[in-house]
Structures are given as structure tokens and as C-alpha cells.
Ligand binder design. Structure first.
Ligand code: C5P
Length: 356
């Protein structure tokens, strides 16, 4: 389809996959700390974070799209911005822009579920169960993109999910969560630590489905049309604003309200901003990965991030490498190798009855 672009001589496809792996490792840490290190009385509003995420991502994408249209335009220099703005407006509000409303709603729901999950489950448990999105993504790729996966690839995907689970179970036993609570504030944190695992698991499971469906749907929209990735991103963010604003508009107002939008950014401190920044960056990178690679490979990149973050903690925090880490990461590596085996020519492409 499209010629593969490069960045500093390296294929964008691989650069974006590695960047996503690093971003993923950072997000779970920053997001968790932003919720756990603050007493409930000083907690920020997840709805505000979700809204801000969309506003920032949309604005950045708009600027990138604008610069691209400007560069491509052959209008005289002085008239470039105006003609570019005109053209961009027509592209953004194109007749098929409604297609983005589906992934937009799904992503907002997913981003909100993520906050529910991370507040009700230990971080490692959250990460283990969230890996099931590898399988939901594959299932939706088969169903919606008519992608054929050989039994070998399904086996590889199952191993991938298993391996990630093994690495993370071991990570969770290596951490001592009670040590995360700053001394002196334990009583204040107590209500926040009343987690509801059932609610957490429900949220993660639902998030796995929205993740798989939204990602594959976005991939379908991107790959079935010529429209620019950044224009698609702007459309996505625009549609996201509706579901992101609804819970804010319908939230009960506190008695000493300073006004809807001022209340919203109460307690929005450094960690909250760091969470949003990491999410915005992640959203942009995810879009690039989906465009130049695909959703299934994205699953492999994020699995890699789990190994990376573990190795980083060995170096930084003197974590010890344990047998289960070795077992889990070998499983991930073998799964990656299995998935990337070219299908043997001697095997005819048998229609996969199970999946249709
Ligand atoms: O975990 P998963 O890969 O499903 O998460 C995708 C994340 O990327 C979501 O938080 C979503 O909001 C974001 N995203 C985005 N823009 C895109 C595609 C995904 O912000 N075009």
C-alpha cells in the first residue's frame, strides 16, 4: 500500500513499536502512582484526565495535519495558511467522518474503565488481566479485517498472553505494596485502598473488548481510505469530546462549587499532568503503530515492554531475576518467534472454519 517511511534512517514501523513498548511501561507506573500516592481528599478527577487527553491529542494532531497540508500545497507562500485551513476543514468534516464516532466512543469508555480497574486492583493483577486484549484484538482482526491466522499463530498468541501472565505474577510477588504507602498518611489512604476486585476485573474485561474492537475498527478506517492519519486522529478526538463531556456535565455538583470546569481541575497536580502527557503520547504513537504496522504486532510490542520494565527494575531497584521471570519471558520470546514464522508453502491456506 504505502511506502514505508523512515526516521533517522530506521523504518518508522519498528521505531514506533519500540517507542510504544517504552511508553507502555511508563504509563502503568505513572498512572498507578498518580492514583495511589495521593489521599482521596486530594485525588484528581479521571473524567478531567480523559477529557484533557482528547483535547491535547486532537490539538497536536490538528497542528501536524495543518503543517502537512501546508507543505503539500502549491499555493503562493502568503496564501498557504488560508488555503491549507480551507482544505483541512473540508477533510476533517468529510462525509465519512462519522466512521470515527465508533472507535471514539469505545476509546473514551476504555480510558475511563482503565481508571476504574487501576483503582480496584493491584497494579500487577491489572496488567496480567489486561493482556487478554492480545487475544480479543486477534479475534477482532480475524472477524473485521478478514485476517487469516494459522493455528500456529493462534498458538503463538496464546503463548504470548500466558508468558506475559507468568512474568507479571512474579513481578507482583516481588513487590511489597504496603511499602508504597507514604508513612504518616496511611489513615488518610485507607478508604482509597478499599478495592473491589470484582469491579476491577469487570472493568478490565470490558476494557479488553473495547481495546480490541476500537483498535481494529480504527485500523479498518485507516487502511480502507486515503485520508491522512492525522486528519483521522482529529476526527477521532472531536467525536470523543461528546462521550468525554457527558459524565462531567451530569456529575453532581459540590455545594461549594466554583463552577463546573474549575471544579474539574481541582487537585490536578504534577502526577495527574504526567499521566495525561504519557497518555497523549501513547495515543499518538498507537495511531502511528496501527497505521504502519498492525494491532496484533502492537500486542507483541507491549509484551516486550513488560520484560523491559522488569529488566529496568533489576538495574534500578535491584530486583532479582527469578525462575518464573525467565520462564515467562522465554515464553514471550518463543511466542514472538513463532508468530513471525513465515507460513510454510507446503501448507495450503485452509479456510479457518473455527473462526468464521
Ligand atoms: O491499550 P490500547 O492499545 O487499546 O490503548 C489504546 C490507547 O490509545 C487508548 O487509550 C486510546 O485512547 C489511544 N488512541 C488514541 N488515538 C488513536 C488510537 C488510540 O488516542 N488514534
Amino acid at each position: 500500500s504505502e511506502s514505508s517511511p523512515t526516521i533517522l534512517g530506521l523504518p518508522l514501523k519498528y521505531v514506533s513499536l519500540v517507542t510504544l513498548a517504552v511508553q507502555n511501561a511508563a504509563l502503568s507506573i505513572v498512572m498507578h502512582y498518580s492514583r495511589v500516592f495521593t489521599p482521596p481528599s486530594q485525588a484528581y478527577s479521571p473524567a478531567a484526565a480523559v477529557l484533557l487527553n482528547e483535547l491535547l491529542k486532537g490539538s497536536i494532531s490538528l497542528v501536524i495535519a495543518f503543517v502537512r497540508v501546508c507543505n503539500a500545497s502549491d499555493a503562493p507562500w502568503s496564501r498557504k495558511p488560508l488555503s491549507a485551513a480551507n482544505r483541512l476543514y473540508r477533510e476533517i468534516f468529510s462525509p465519512d467522518c462519522w466512521k470515527l464516532s465508533i472507535p471514539a466512543i469505545l476509546y473514551v469508555v476504555q480510558n475511563s474503565l482503565q481508571f476504574v480497574a487501576i483503582s480496584n486492583l493491584p497494579v500487577a493483577t491489572f496488567q496480567v488481566t489486561y493482556q487478554m486484549k492480545i487475544l480479543t484484538t486477534a479475534a477482532f482482526s480475524v472477524a473485521l479485517l478478514r485476517r487469516r491466522l494459522t493455528p500456529m499463530k493462534w498458538l503463538a498468541l496464546t503463548f504470548l498472553a500466558l508468558g506475559v501472565g507468568i512474568v507479571q505474577i512474579q513481578t507482583s510477588s516481588g513487590r511489597k505494596p504496603q511499602k508504597e504507602i507514604p508513612v504518616g498518611s496511611a489513615s488518610e489512604l485507607a478508604p482509597f485502598h478499599h478495592m473491589s476486585p470484582l469491579k476491577g476485573f469487570g472493568a478490565v474485561t470490558a476494557a479488553c473488548f473495547t481495546s480490541g474492537l476500537a483498535g481494529v475498527y480504527f485500523e479498518m478506517v485507516l487502511k480502507n481510505s486515503k485520508a491522512d492519519l492525522w486528519v483521522r486522529n482529529v476526527q477521532l478526538s472531536l467525536f470523543s469530546l461528546i462521550p468525554a463531556l457527558l459524565p462531567i456535565l451530569y456529575a453532581p455538583q459540590p455545594l461549594n462549587s466554583r463552577g463546573l470546569f474549575l471544579d474539574l481541575f481541582n487537585n490536578f497536580g504534577g502526577w495527574a499532568w504526567a499521566t495525561v502527557a504519557t497518555q497523549v503520547f501513547g495515543g499518538l504513537i498507537t495511531a502511528v503503530v496501527i497505521k504502519y504496522s498492525d494491532n496484533i504486532l502492537k500486542g507483541f510490542a507491549t509484551s516486550l515492554s513488560i520484560i523491559l520494565s522488569f529488566l529496568a527494575s533489576v538495574v534500578l531497584f535491584h530486583f532479582r531475576i527469578t525462575p518464573s521471570f525467565v520462564l515467562g519471558s522465554s515464553t514471550v520470546l518463543i511466542a514472538t518467534w513463532m508468530y513471525n514464522q513465515p507460513a510454510g508453502k507446503e501448507v495450503p491456506p485452509i479456510p479457518n472454519v473455527m473462526m468464521t
